[in-house]
Design a protein around this ligand. Structure first.
Ligand SMILES: Cc1ncc(COP(=O)(O)O)c(C=O)c1O
Length: 438
């Protein structure tokens, strides 16, 4: 297996980044690689090293980098202007495509990032219910707002339903407005909803939490108990939207929320996200419909941006074609199966979990149902594995493989070879490793 080397030009950029960026990075992934370009399911760094790309821009590039149809749609829009702050054809068409595709979507409001979409979805639930508290799940990711950064990644989990802030700079008072429940524990969440029903504005959940699928009956139970008490259920579909199925997780798992948030894929690689939901609830964005008291003020400079909408529409056109999701799932299934087989052969305790379009390995012998299950995994081993893979031309995020429609049989073969070689090194006893390094 060849390993990557980094040339002077890339090292110079890394030095500049260290000088001008806190921590030397944009805050997202490791700063020791600088990406120059991407095509299909691959990217290249500034030294010309090639990688099979499972990072996919953290998910948006489901149809692959620089897809000719997406590029053409963007190029067609550029000479006509790039932002208007007013209704425009592409934005309206994208909203219509979302309403057609996503079961709960009767109306759509655009924003620029998933963080904003989740922030407004929670505010929308509060405006509708005229109550303050939101229930979220431990380990659930809903962007970077004060409310979302509660018990996302606690190092030492606390007692449910108390929230633990994940970041400095969050007002103390915010934690009192959030209730935390364990993912996949239908009984506990039902009893929390019943106990707090008079204070609860809404429940927000990633229907497929990071890489953890919902246990059979969990989403059904969540839907049932929230409906019983008239509490809006919000599906964060920023990741799962148009990925698990054209209609997202709500189509894939067959459970319809009241509100959902979308991002990543619908912007085709540009900053665009959305809140979508039932008309009655979404009407709080419309002053005329609900009056001054119930009106949720929401304005954004780039909302419904025509370039982003053109890229999103072109991506959805590609995804809508027959056979698309079968192909993504076939690629993911083959990859998940092969990774599990190689780890088993090496007798490494590991769980390969997720759904075929999005998965990863957790180094633990125990079955995983929730955040605490992932926390019990060997995080250091995962870091080493990811680093070994990067040296072997496989790029991914810390804890996710995003599968692309553009990944080819050759990409799968290369990835499996890289896995085999990296696993050999992971499994090698320390003495053998020392000898190999001599
Ligand atoms: C489930 C989920 N919700 C929200 C977000 C936030 O989206 P953004 O990074 O566009 O703010 C993310 C980002 O990865 C996400 O995975």
């Amino acid at each position: 297996m060849t390993t990557q080397t980094h040339g002077d030009e890339e090292l110079g950029l890394i030095e500049t980044a260290k000088r001008v960026l806190p921590g030397g990075s944009f805050g997202n992934v490791a700063s020791d690689v600088v990406i120059r370009e991407g095509r299909g399911g691959r990217v290249w760094d500034e030294s010309g090293n090639e990688y099979i790309d499972f990072l996919l821009g953290s998910g948006p590039m489901l149809v692959g980098h620089a897809h000719p149809e997406v590029t053409a749609a963007v190029e067609a829009q550029l000479p006509h202007g790039t932002t208007f702050f007013a209704n425009n054809r592409r934005g309206i068409e994208l909203a219509a495509a979302i309403v057609e595709a996503v079961p709960c979507a009767e109306k759509v409001r655009f924003v620029s990032t998933g963080t904003e979409a989740d922030l407004y979805a929670m505010r929308l639930a509060r405006a509708y219910r005229k109550r303050d508290k939101i229930l979220k799940f431990e380990g659930g990711y809903h962007g970077m707002s004060d409310y979302a950064l509660m018990s996302l990644a606690p190092k030492r989990p606390g007692n449910f339903p108390s929230a633990i802030p994940d970041s400095a700079g969050i007002p103390q008072s915010v934690r009192d407005e959030m209730l935390i429940a364990p993912f996949n524990d239908a009984e506990m969440v039902a009893s929390l909803v019943r106990e707090h029903r008079d204070d609860l504005a809404g429940v927000i959940v990633e229907p497929f939490q990071r890489i953890i699928p919902p246990a059979p009956g969990f989403l059904e139970a969540l839907r049932k108990v929230t409906a019983e008490h008239g509490i809006p259920l919000i599906f964060d579909e920023v990741v799962t939207g148009f990925r698990l199925a054209y209609g997202g997780a709500q189509e894939y798992y067959g459970i319809e929320p009241d509100i959902c948030t979308l991002g990543k894929v619908i912007g085709g690689g540009f900053p665009l996200a959305a809140i979508a939901g039932r008309e009655e609830i979404m009407s709080h964005f419309d002053r005329k419909a609900v009056g001054e008291e119930g009106f949720l003020m929401q304005v954004g400079t780039l909302s419904g941006n025509p370039v982003a909408a053109a890229a999103g529409l072109a991506s959805l056109d590609i995804l809508k074609r027959p056979g698309t999701y079968e192909r993504i799932f076939a690629t993911g299934r083959e990859l998940m199966g092969e990774l599990a087989r190689l780890l088993k052969r090496a007798r490494i305790a590991a769980q390969v979990i997720g759904e075929p379009p999005l998965f990863d390995v957790v180094f633990t012998a125990e079955e995983i149902r929730d955040y605490r299950g992932v926390l019990r995994g060997d995080a250091e081993m995962l870091r080493r594995f990811n680093a070994l893979l990067r040296e072997r031309g496989v790029l991914k995020g810390e804890a996710k493989y995003y599968v692309s429609l553009a990944h080819t049989a050759e990409d799968i073969r290369h990835t499996c070879d890289a896995w085999a070689s990296a696993i050999d090194e992971l499994a090698a006893p320390p003495a053998a490793k020392r000898r190999a390094g001599e």
